[in-house]
Design a protein around this ligand. Sequence first.
Ligand code: PGA
Length: 245
Amino acid sequence: MNVQIVESPAKLDTVGADFVAALIGSKPSATVLVATGQTPMGLYAELGARYRRGEIDPRSIRAIQLDEYFGLSEDDPRSLYGWMKRSFVDPLGLDPDQLVRLSGDELDPETICRRYDEAVRDAGGIDLSILGLGPNGHLGFNEPPSDADAPTRLVSLSEESIRSNGTYWGGQDRVPRQALTAGMNVLLRARNTLLVVSGAHKREILRRTVHGPVTSEVPASYLQDAANVTVLADRDAWPEDVTFN
Ligand code: PGA
C-alpha cells in the first residue's frame, strides 16, 4: 500500500484529482470505477473544474458504477446512479455509452449482477477504482463479513451502513435495506485503487484497514494484499501512531 497523508479535506480533493488526472492522461481509454458517498465529492468537483478548463480529456474513459440500492425506481432521488451522474458523469461530459451500470429495474438481481460482471470484463477490467471507506470497513456494500472472493451480488445493509447512509437522505428510515454491490472479487482485481478517507470518525477503521489483520471482518483490509493501492487520507483520519515508509 502507498499512503499519502494530506493536511486537509481540500488538499485531499486536489491531490486525489491529480492522481485521477495522471491516470487518465497516461491511458485516455481508462476504465474508472466511481464510488459515491461524501468523501470523493470534492475530488469529483475538482475533476469537473479541470475538464471545464480543458486540462483533462475524459472523452474516451469508461465510468463504472460501484453499487446501487435495490428496488428503487430509476428516477428516485436516492438512486446511487443518480448521485454518480450528478457528481461525476455530467460534470465530465460523459455519454451513456461510456458507462457500466449496476442497475436495471426490470431484471432480477442475479441477471443484473451477471451482466455487470460481463460488462466489466468486456471493458478490460478496472484501471482505477476510486473507493471510500465504510465506517465498518466495507467497500461498496461488501458488508462484514465479506471474503476476498465475494461476488457481485444482492446484500442486506448492515446497521452501520443504514446509519451512515441515513445522513445522505435525511434519516435512517429513508435508507433502502438492500443493495447491489460490485463484488470483492471485482474490486480486488483493479489495476489501481485510490482509497479516499477523511475525518476523525474514520480513524479507527482506517487503522484496522491498513494495519490490522487481513480479515473478512474488515473487508477493506484485503487491500493490503492488492496491487497498486494508494490510501489518500487527511490528517484527521490518519492514526498518528501508525507509520508507513
Ligand atoms: P462516505 O462513505 O464517503 O460518505 O464516508 C463511505 C462508505 O460508506 O463507503
